[in-house]
Design a protein around this ligand. Structure first.
Ligand code: GRF
Length: 206
């Protein structure tokens, strides 16, 4: 049985696109059954529309009174989904959605969390902070989400070394490559039932 995956994305969608391409090229037993986005004009939505993937546009213009994201939960309930992947999704996930899909929502973050996480640390802002601090390393983190920004239990982290002549843009480029690699790795682990929980910590079998 293929695992049913829903992806949430707001932007370019390179993580989303990379996941779709790798599911196909590596024959992973997974199916992206829905893309959720707040932004109907973003790259992720464009890609989904051109590749026959269902899209659900969810934002406060369409659903002005849905503070607890109940309409979104209802939509997700109509799929028999196994996992949600946040891939550059710029909106906060509500408590009711987190409760409904406990330990089933992953996020990718472009830093070595807990460094450079939390409100305000997104996109190039993360890499500007790494650059400003003259860090010798950066990387990416895949973690399950909880109620705060970027604080949920970490599943995979991978480091890269930075040279002295990096700029925020070169750091971003290198980190994005790592993101694509480890986000698919996380999905592979999930689809092969290699993730288990011990004391609220995700662990990897084998
Ligand atoms: C990535 O850096 C991701 O870690 C962050 O937002 C960015 C999204 O990039 N959360 P993309 O839309 O997947 O290209």
């Amino acid at each position: 049985m293929k695992k049913q995956i829903v992806v949430f994305a707001s932007g370019t969608g390179s993580n989303f696109i990379s996941i779709i391409e790798k599911i196909n090229s590596k024959n992973l037993k997974a199916k992206v059954c829905l893309l959720v986005s707040n932004n109907s004009k973003c790259g992720a939505v464009n890609f989904a529309a051109n590749h026959g993937i269902n899209v659900f546009i969810y934002n406060s213009n369409r659903f002005p009174n849905d503070d607890n994201q109940n309409i979104l939960v209802k939509k997700l309930n109509s799929y028999n989904l196994d996992l949600i992947l946040l891939a550059g999704y710029m909106k906060k996930i509500s408590q009711s959605l987190i409760n409904r899909f406990k330990n089933k929502i992953l996020n990718i973050h472009p830093s070595l969390l807990p460094l450079y996480g939390g409100k305000g640390f997104y996109g190039i802002k993360v890499h500007e902070a790494v650059f400003k601090n003259k860090d010798k390393q950066s990387g990416a983190t895949v973690h399950f989400i909880d109620m705060d920004y970027d604080t949920g239990p970490i599943l995979i982290q991978e480091k890269i070394n930075l040279k002295s002549n990096e700029t925020p843009t070169t750091i971003a480029k290198k980190v994005l490559k790592v993101e694509h690699k480890i986000y698919f790795k996380a999905l592979e682990l999930f689809c092969n039932d290699k993730i288990y929980w011990d004391n609220n910590k995700p662990l990897i079998k084998g």
